[in-house]
Design a protein around this ligand. Sequence first.
Ligand SMILES: NC(=O)c1ccc[n+]([C@@H]2O[C@H](COP(=O)([O-])OP(=O)(O)OC[C@H]3O[C@@H](n4cnc5c(N)ncnc54)[C@H](O)[C@@H]3O)[C@@H](O)[C@H]2O)c1
Length: 304
Amino acid sequence: MRDFAGRVAFITGGASGAGFGQALVFGRAGARIAIADVRRDALDAAVDRLTEAGIDARGFALDITDRAAYARTADAVEEHFGDPVTLLFNTAGVNGFGPIETMTYDDFDWIMGVNLGGVINGMQTFVPRMIAAGRGGHVTSVASVGGFEGSRMTGPYSMAKAGVINLMESYAQALPAHGIGVSVLCPASIRSNISDAHLTRTQPAATGVLTDDEFVGALREVYSHGMDPEHLALHLKRGIERDQLYVIPYPEVRDDLEGTFGRILDALPDSDDLDPAGAASRERALAEFRAAARRRADNAERTI
Ligand SMILES: NC(=O)c1ccc[n+]([C@@H]2O[C@H](COP(=O)([O-])OP(=O)(O)OC[C@H]3O[C@@H](n4cnc5c(N)ncnc54)[C@H](O)[C@@H]3O)[C@@H](O)[C@H]2O)c1
């Protein structure tokens, strides 16, 4: 997809970091920009900056974990711009790091709720509207390279991002039939405010998320060397123009990813030496099931 001009873009987390970079880049490409964020003050400042840059932008206060509010916001965006949203960016996210064995239910609920639940809510709200509008479009969700591998200090975050990557794989098979492209952006590090994500959280009863000055300071230092959000959005725009599912513009993570996927492939034996006949029968049954599922999906598309 290359025709961004005139389309309405909805960007969650658009008041800061990666989302704000997307608002600038796609706004300059002629899209009309709705930014949604839970931080109202940051939202107002971001809209002022976008407007100064000559971009048609409007801010919408939204907590993406609130499904009813999400639907109301979608209505308000369509009413304001007089057109349906055909560019969706599920960008809002929070990090909450700490030893996995100290993470609490509250921590899991918060991190999964925003990072995965928020993406699900975005897809549930907008995909049916985009299909019904019949104008095609593009959906991007922001995951993380952290979603390719778990880690003892980032457990719930990595798990949520793995879910986002996997979810976009599924949509990428389904939505092109409706003229809607799908991308999943997997950043390594971004120059953003995410080290302060805990400040957007309502006070948890118990938490294992580290928020002491030393730890947050160390995170801030790492992110201060992250990719410029505007550059990241330019990489994303190029990925969308090339119809890429995966956009991972960080050459420095190649060795890590090769290690991760190599370890997974290494777990596969060359053959099932205990039951070769069973393996052949499993393979046949799976191929038949896949063919039937494909026919079912094709029929469903024809009837939508
Ligand atoms: N910063 C990094 O190094 C990095 C690396 C990999 C992935 N990411 C991902 O990039 C995305 C953007 O993060 P960023 O680094 O630009 O951080 P950021 O904190 O600068 O921006 C995220 C925005 O999301 C908003 N937000 C948080 N919770 C929300 C909610 N419940 N509803 C609505 N808005 C909410 C915040 O207010 C903030 O403005 C996130 O999904 C993050 O996980 C970031």
